[in-house]
Design a protein around this ligand. Structure first.
Ligand code: PEP
Ligand code: MG
Length: 557
């Protein structure tokens, strides 16, 4: 293992903004990635190990000994899960404890053990015997369908743990040490990120881009996060690190005293930001609504003027069965009850946000394939059920339903969506502008819908032909680029002419340097992760509308 003071990649990538004084300066080593979720955290780093790769089968000299090793692995996995369940219970996580106990029972299944022992006695090495036994049980469960089929993925996770034990590799999956920690991972899926417990202080990944959905989920939770951080997986477990989710700086090898100082300063900063209130206004009083991007009612925070983007697919990321109408009504009702004005986005599945219950076919080029509104071409009932559920939740709470579709590309798609949504009783229908074709036809779109919401994350991805998850293409995805700003200006002008709202709900809206510029381009609202609201409010209040317009003109030029 390399010396934590000089982790690989530190020298090569050490060019980011670096505070040269204060606790950060005391670090023994540094790493730099892309800061994607503001805030600082400090604590021991733990790595999420990848699933083990099964080596080629080994010639077995003593089959009985292999059978014992396989059984011991299952015992060890069971004991580890029970220990983690007890730690979760101690930390007040009754639900997490229940899940871990259920997994422990699955690992302790006598039929599973007998099958692994049988395979070993017949000549397989312990790792392959376990693999074969788990695979057989998994297939049996998957064939039963319904709830049991959902447990098949759990068996894969248990298999990886048991095989890692036999091969003497670090346990794959999320660590659960029973104390707060900084999570390091090669990469994290949106479903992994959504499931992170409160003991995760910050996350750092080797891969990933600034507008990837993993980054968005971290921001939504106010969790400091750094992506594209080369070398972080070489930092030994337990090393105390500081994470600056704004600058992307990782301080490696802090003392516990310095880490405590960082945490204390962060608590003070969060209290200061939480005290900021009031509507979005430029210095001369021009209103620009400050709205929230949320994935569920849990993300709601006071201090904003409503919800500008409710990403409903975040509710169902790990589901293998379709959420029922009733379940959806209850999830939407929970949000409507707590927020007066909410723009609900219909399910945006596909690319890095697969929704397993949709059962969509694999695609060679998923970002350009059946995603967002396009899923309706294959599965029209999904949209109808969702629109019906949103309308029902709005009626139940006395709210006016505002609903928009993701990935609208043509005026015809927008018109068809608007007809269906209105027929279901949706009051205000909108289209997201995430595809250059839609931006170019903003005026025509606004003849069909009541509002537009510009998704700069995808609009940048499709304008610059650069995968938003690609850590090496972040410069191409920078929303300051004139080509993107011109598309935004076009939409804002179309909104002005039609007298209809045009907001921005991509991550650019939460950037305090960009927010005045977007206001200067003429957008009527900015929707962002709750943690971004105070800084954006301050940035708008510091400039007049004319100064915002000057910035916009300069950027376009
Ligand atoms: C966007 O693309 O900018 C957007 C807001 O949608 P998402 O990030 O969920 O794709
Ligand atoms: Mg999008």
């Amino acid at each position: 293992m390399p010396d934590p003071a000089t982790p690989p990649g530190a020298a090569a990538r050490d060019g980011g903004v670096r505070p040269d004084s204060g606790p950060w300066a005391d670090a023994a080593g540094r790493l730099t990635g892309l800061g994607v979720s503001r805030g600082r955290a400090a604590g021991p780093l733990l790595r999420m190990a990848p699933p083990p790769v099964l080596p080629a089968p080994r010639q077995v000299a003593d089959p009985a000994a292999e059978a014992v090793t396989a059984a011991k692995a299952l015992e060890a996995v069971t004991a580890d899960l029970n220990r983690r369940a007890a730690a979760a219970l101690d930390a007040g996580g009754a639900e997490a404890a229940e899940i871990l106990e259920a997994l422990a029972m699955m690992a302790d299944d006598p039929m599973l053990r007998e099958e692994a022992e049988r395979q070993a006695r017949e000549g397989m090495d312990a790792a392959h015997a376990l693999d074969a036994a788990f695979t057989r049980h998994r297939d049996e469960l998957a064939a039963l369908g319904g709830y049991l089929a959902e447990r098949a993925a759990d068996l894969d996770d248990l298999k990886h743990r048991a095989v890692a034990f036999v091969l003497d590799l670090p346990m794959p999956g999320l660590p659960s040490p029973g104390h707060p920690y900084v999570l390091a991972a090669e990469d994290l899926s949106p479903a992994d990120t959504a499931g992170l417990g409160p003991d995760v202080l910050a996350l750092v990944t080797e891969r990933g881009g600034p507008t990837s959905h993993t980054a968005i989920l971290a921001r939504g939770r106010g969790l400091p996060a750094v992506v594209a951080c080369a070398g972080v997986m070489a930092v030994p477990d337990g090393t105390v690190v500081g994470v600056d989710g704004g600058t992307g700086e990782i301080a490696v090898g802090l003392t516990e005293e310095v880490a405590a100082e960082v945490r204390q300063a962060e608590r003070a900063e969060r209290a200061r930001l939480a005290a900021s209130t009031g509507p979005g206004r430029t210095a001369d009083g021009h209103p620009v609504k400050l709205l929230l991007n949320i994935g569920s009612a849990k993300d709601l925070r006071p201090g904003a003027e409503g919800v500008g983007l409710f990403r409903t697919e975040f509710l169902f990321l790990d589901r293998t069965r379709a959420p029922s109408f009733e379940e959806q009504v209850s999830a939407y009702t929970e949000v409507f009850e707590q927020a007066e004005s909410v723009i609900v986005r219909t399910l945006d599945a596909g690319t890095d946000k697969p929704l397993p219950f949709l059962g969509l076919p694999e695609e060679a080029n998923p970002a350009l394939g059946v995603r967002g509104l396009r899923v309706d071409r294959l599965l029209p009932r999904v949209l109808d059920t969702q629109l019906d559920a949103i309308a029902a939740a709005a009626r139940a709470t006395g709210r006016e339903a505002w609903v928009m579709a993701p990935m609208v590309t043509t005026v015809e798609e927008a018109a068809a969506f608007a007809r269906r949504a209105r027929a279901m009783g949706i009051a205000k229908v909108g289209a997201m502008v995430e595809v250059p074709a839609a931006a170019l036809r903003a005026g025509q779109l606004l003849r069909e819908v009541d509002f537009l919401s510009i998704g700069t994350n995808d609009l940048a991805q499709y304008t610059f032909a650069a995968d938003r998850q690609h850590s090496a293409l972040a410069d191409l995805l920078d929303p300051r680029q004139p080509a993107l700003l011109e598309l935004i200006a076009l939409c804002a002008e179309a909104g002005r002419q039609a007298g209809k709202p045009v907001g921005v709900c991509g991550e650019a809206a939460g950037d305090p340097q960009l927010a005045p510029l977007l206001a200067g381009l003429g957008v009527t609202s900015l929707s962002m992760a709750p943690i971004c609201v105070p800084a954006v409010r301050d940035a708008l209040a510091a400039l007049t509308l004319e100064e915002c317009r000057q910035r916009a003109r300069a950027a376009l030029a």
